[in-house]
Structures are given as structure tokens and as C-alpha cells.
Design a protein around this ligand. Structure first.
Ligand SMILES: [Zn+2]
Length: 357
């Protein structure tokens, strides 16, 4: 009798172990895409391509912006969202440098993308194809922040508490100049800001106001603005967004200052897209992006100043036609970082040591 009980106990234990192991052995097709993409530490070592749409896609050939540069510091380093299409990363670096002329000492960088894009474990519907970046509306402090400071420092909302308009004690002409500068870059298609910020810009912009057209009112975006660039050459699988409507949009803000856009939604909360997306929801190419090899190292695909890489990579060049290749080739060996970046016009980039966190 006792032996029988012991046997039964062992059998039950084995069954229990099998049951706990079950979720892991389920077909990967059931796994949320956010889990698969959210756990990638490094980009897909292939030519740079965006696949799908800003809110449903992924990208290969990603590069990171260095955690620190002369005119920027990346925030919330634990999230590992300093990655983007090389064109996006180059643009951020350029904006950080050129905005100094507006009296903006440097950028604090929020989320760009995960190394291979895709839906994120938390936050953001978009930012999936490496062409979106959040930039804080707080200027860079004059000291190099520690890892802990970057995790814990709170962002400051530009909007009055409980209101919908900008807090004039916080807003400065330099804030406006920074957004204006970003909007003027031809590669930037949209900038998302809180409607109160758009209103402030509408009320104060002098001279050429055409750039206001790209500045779009949206929920959130009160402590940061969101820069979105267009699909890049060579990314055939990248789905263009709708063109921004004509006009500066300043006459279309009334709705935002009614109760309707801020009313809580009725009924049970709908599941978020990022929580239900599986690999089947994404472009086919994203499977290959997910399965592609890692680059040689993170440093080899981390960009510093002027589009140069922080670590010198082995002299291995991308095939000349790589930018146009529509198919993802997973059999390719990892491509050196230099393959992602255009050759800087200024010759060899200055080697910059990758700063420690
Ligand atoms: Zn954003």
C-alpha cells in the first residue's frame, strides 16, 4: 500500500512538472510577438530595412545611438530602446548638434525602438520599424548623469496640472525652436505633441509657419515630443503613412479643447494591439528579422558623432546592392557595423570610446 502511494505521488509530480512545462513547449506561433522581439538584445545583422507599418512591423540593420554624446544623453537605459534605422539615429545626432544654435544644450533621448523593432513589452503602439523617436522636452543637464539618475529622473510635463494648455513658467522659446528645427528637416514627416503644445506653437510662431503642418496634436506627448521620419530608400516592405493634411492645422484644434477627447472610454477595456499580436500579425519578413544573427558586438553597431561608429569594426563592406535587396537573407554571416552606415562625408570618424553606464 505504501509503495503504491509513493508511486502515485511520483506520477502526480511528473504530471505536474509536465503541465508547468507546457506553456514553454507551445508552438511559437502562439507566443506574443512582443515577447519574441522584446527579448532581443541586439539587432538583426543585415542591411537596414523597415518592414510593415509604424504600429505593425519590425526592422533589420538597426544601430544604437551611443548612451552619451557631446550633445545628448540617453535615458532609461535598462529598456534597451536606443535602437533605430541608421537614418533615424543619424537624424537624432544631427538634431542634437544643430539645436545648440537654438540655445538647447543637448537632447535627453527617450524611447526609439527595440533592437529589431516589433511590438514592445510595455508602452507605445508605434516605434516598431525604427523610424520613431521620443525626445524629452527637458534640456540635457550640464553633468553626465549616472545610470540611476537616467532611470529615476522624472520627466516634466509642459502642460498645466489639470489643464490643457502650456505652463508658461516652463515653456521657453528654445522649446519652440527645437520642435521647429526638427519639423524643418525634410526627412521628418510628423511630430507628435500634446494639443496644448501645438496651440502654443500656433500662437507664437512667426515668419514661415509651413513647418507647423508636420506638428500633429496627440494624446500624451506633454513631457516629450515624438519625431517620425518616412520610409527610407530601399525599404520596399515599409508602408507609408498618410500624407499630413494641408495647412498648418492651427484652425483644427478646437475639438481637443472640448471634453470629448479626454472622456474615459465606456465599457470593458479593449486589449492592446501589442498584447495580442503574434508573428502572423506582422509582415512575413519579420520572422527572418527575428531569426537573423547578431552583429559582432553592441559597440560595433553603436553610432557616435557624425554617423560614425563608436567601435572600429572589421573592414567588411556590404554588397553594393544591399540597400535595394528586397529579400531577407538569413544565411548571411553577420555584417560588420560599417555596412549599415553611409561613409561619413568628413572622412574617418573620430574614434570615441563607448562610455560606461
Ligand atoms: Zn512616442
Amino acid at each position: 500500500m505504501r509503495y503504491w502511494l509513493k508511486f502515485l505521488g511520483t506520477a502526480l509530480l511528473a504530471a505536474a512538472v509536465a503541465l508547468t512545462a507546457l506553456p514553454i513547449t507551445l508552438d511559437a506561433a502562439e507566443t506574443p510577438a512582443k515577447t519574441l522581439f522584446g527579448n532581443k538584445k541586439l539587432p538583426a545583422a543585415m542591411a537596414a530595412h523597415s518592414y510593415g507599418f509604424y504600429s505593425k512591423g519590425c526592422f533589420s540593420g538597426g544601430v544604437a545611438i551611443a548612451t552619451d554624446g557631446p550633445t545628448w544623453q540617453a535615458m532609461r537605459l535598462s529598456r534597451n530602446r536606443r535602437w533605430g534605422h541608421p537614418a533615424m539615429i543619424r537624424l537624432i545626432e544631427k538634431l542634437s548638434r544643430e539645436a545648440q544654435a537654438d540655445g538647447w544644450p543637448g537632447l535627453l533621448l527617450g524611447d526609439i525602438s527595440q533592437p529589431r523593432g516589433g511590438p514592445m513589452l510595455t508602452g507605445h503602439a508605434s516605434h516598431q520599424i525604427g523610424l520613431d523617436a521620443d525626445i524629452w522636452l527637458t534640456p540635457m543637464p550640464n553633468h553626465k548623469m549616472s545610470y540611476a539618475e537616467r532611470e529615476n529622473m522624472s520627466a516634466v510635463s509642459m502642460i498645466k496640472k489639470g489643464g490643457l494648455t502650456v505652463d508658461d513658467r516652463l515653456w521657453t522659446p528654445a522649446h519652440a525652436a527645437l520642435i521647429r528645427r526638427a519639423a524643418m528637416y525634410p526627412e521628418v514627416e510628423r511630430i507628435f505633441v500634446h494639443p496644448g503644445i501645438k496651440k502654443k506653437l500656433c500662437d507664437t510662431a512667426k515668419g514661415d509657419r509651413s513647418w507647423l503642418r508636420k506638428v500633429r496634436p496627440f494624446w500624451g506627448h506633454d513631457y516629450h515630443f515624438h519625431v517620425r521620419i518616412g520610409c527610407q530608400p530601399g525599404s520596399q516592405g515599409c508602408k507609408e503613412q498618410e500624407k499630413v493634411p494641408a495647412g498648418d492645422g492651427c484652425d483644427k484644434l478646437d475639438w481637443w479643447f472640448t471634453e470629448e477627447p479626454w472622456r474615459p472610454a465606456k465599457g470593458p477595456e479593449k486589449p492592446k494591439a501589442r498584447d495580442v499580436m503574434t508573428m502572423a500579425s506582422l509582415p512575413k519578413a519579420c520572422r527572418a528579422v527575428l531569426d537573423a544573427p547578431n552583429p559582432a558586438s553592441e559597440a560595433a553597431v553603436t553610432m557616435g558623432i557624425d554617423g560614425g561608429m563608436v567601435a572600429s569594426a572589421p573592414a567588411q563592406l556590404a554588397p553594393a546592392d544591399s540597400a535595394a535587396e528586397p529579400q531577407v537573407d538569413t544565411s548571411a554571416a553577420p555584417i560588420a557595423a560599417s555596412a549599415y552606415a553611409d561613409t561619413p562625408e568628413t572622412g574617418a570618424p573620430l574614434p570615441r570610446p563607448r562610455p560606461a553606464n
